[in-house]
Write a protein that binds this ligand. Structure first.
Ligand SMILES: [Fe+2]
Length: 284
């Protein structure tokens, strides 16, 4: 079945969020929502999430899933806000516990994470439904150990594995990341039928082109600049390792990770009613 897919692009973080459904009044899934966050003022807003809420209401959709492809390092998830507004269960890959462990150590968080912050942890290749649409969580580690791609009908939401063909692939230098593992994950996605539609989680368009987020297995195999057909694992690992060594940390990694490993829940307010994030110094 070909699901109906509405994309929402956030130019501030270059993230693409999606609502996936099968028509007016059907069940839907929200994928990789964004809570607006201004790191200079510490202010959060829900403009991005509200666009999705409006879309869901306009089409009379029943939200059953709030899916995260992974614990994002570049934006805060709006899943708790959307859950309150729309309902649905927050799902992420079961490997999230490894990411929680790595970062709770860095953050010296005393509360223990055990994955239960999320409503559902997907096992590799677990099948599920969004109304009449068949879906499957494909474990695609490499960027982080927990990354899932979601195959929904004939479409695959690839998360941070590959980007548009002229941008390449995701970095692999976060805790638990591995370029060799990402290579295997991407090749697995590229073994799907050539006409499979692939929906990106981000786009960082080169100068001169506008943001795009849909491509196909065939297009990626022919022309992805990092991992087209013919690139060996060794060549990929060499390229990725060299390139990752030049990348600085994402602007929002510290705010984003501590919120996102808690399923997007913001820290409880302190006795003055204000919520605080933790910024470890010289730790990452
Ligand atoms: Fe990411």
């Amino acid at each position: 079945m070909e699901p109906i897919i509405q994309a929402f692009f956030d130019p501030d973080t270059s993230t693409v969020s999606y609502v996936v459904h099968s028509g007016a009044g059907s069940d839907c899934a929200v994928i990789d929502s964004v809570l607006d966050f201004d790191p200079k003022s510490g202010r959060t807003r829900t403009a991005n999430a509200d666009r999705m809420v409006d879309y869901v209401h306009e089409h009379g959709l029943n939200t059953v899933w709030l899916l995260e492809t992974h614990a994002h390092a570049d934006h805060l998830s709006a899943a708790p806000y959307l859950k309150k507004k729309l309902g649905g269960r927050v799902g992420i890959g079961a490997g999230i516990t490894a990411v929680q462990k790595a970062f709770s150590h860095v953050l010296n968080r005393r509360d223990r994470f055990d994955g239960m912050e999320f409503d559902h942890l997907f096992q590799p290749d677990e099948e599920f439904h969004i109304g009449a649409i068949k879906a499957q969580a494909l474990h695609v580690p490499g960027h982080t150990p927990a990354d899932m791609a979601y195959r929904i009908g004939d479409a695959v939401f690839v998360g941070d594995t590959m980007f548009m063909p002229d941008v390449g692939t995701a970095r692999c230098d976060f805790p638990g990341g591995s370029a060799a593992t990402l290579y295997q994950s991407v090749r697995r996605l590229l073994s799907l039928p050539p006409e499979t539609r692939l929906f990106m989680c981000h786009d960082y368009p080169p100068a001169g082109r506008t943001a795009q987020w849909v491509t196909t297995v065939a297009e990626q195999r022919a022309s992805n600049i990092h991992i087209h057909d013919g690139v060996s694992e060794q060549q990929f690992v060499e390229m990725r390792t060299k390139r990752d060594a030049t990348l600085s940390m994402p602007t929002l990694i510290l705010p984003a990770i501590q919120v996102n490993i808690s399923a997007g829940k913001l820290p409880e307010p302190e006795d003055n009613g204000v919520r605080y994030l933790r910024i470890p110094l010289d730790a990452i």
